[in-house]
Design a protein around this ligand. Structure first.
Ligand code: FEO
Length: 169
């Protein structure tokens, strides 16, 4: 594998584990406010991010590339209102999309089409992640302004269940 692509994928393992940590911290915030449904949503989101990390990890191993694990950064955002993590989540997913796009471009540049094909799943996944994050902001804007609306949204978030990623390696 091209060295630049290998380094970027290795870094992405760390970034995905950081995403898991960030979402777990958001779950913490919601749990502390008694919004267990939102906490459930972000706990599941954290699990999905661990899945993403492990897909990159496994891809490296499948291609005989060494994996170097680095320290995971501390989530350092603070939240005041139920809307705050939703906006932070959308901004974070846009950042992750940019990271995936950068790996994609590097792989394309050195004609590493195997990696390009592997990344196709992530390109689509990022589209879904951004849409889910944006939809949650819209719902909060529409319905989260009073206690009844927030209760309804919290109940909806409580219904989310974990499903393993559709990509297997
Ligand atoms: Fe691993 Fe939320 O993207």
């Amino acid at each position: 594998m091209d060295q630049k692509v290998s380094v970027l994928i290795n870094d992405q393992i760390n970034k995905e584990f950081y995403s898991a940590y960030l979402y777990l911290d958001m779950a913490n915030f919601y749990a502390s406010k008694g919004l267990e449904g939102f906490a459930n949503w972000y706990q599941i989101q954290a699990k999905e991010e661990q899945d993403h990390a492990m897909l990159f990890y496994q891809y490296m191993h499948n291609n005989g590339e060494a994996v170097t694990l680095d320290a995971i950064a501390k989530p350092d955002q603070s939240y005041a209102t139920p809307m705050d993590p939703l906006k932070a989540a959308l901004a974070h997913e846009k950042y992750v999309t940019a990271l995936i796009n950068a790996i994609y471009a590097a792989a394309q540049e050195c004609r590493d089409f195997r990696t390009v094909q592997f990344l196709d799943w992530f390109v689509k996944e990022q589209g879904e992640e951004e849409k889910n994050s944006a939809d949650m902001i819209t719902k909060m804007e529409l319905f989260g302004g009073d206690a009844k609306g927030l209760y309804m949204l919290n109940s909806e978030m409580a219904a989310r269940t974990y499903t393993a990623p559709s990509l297997t390696l």
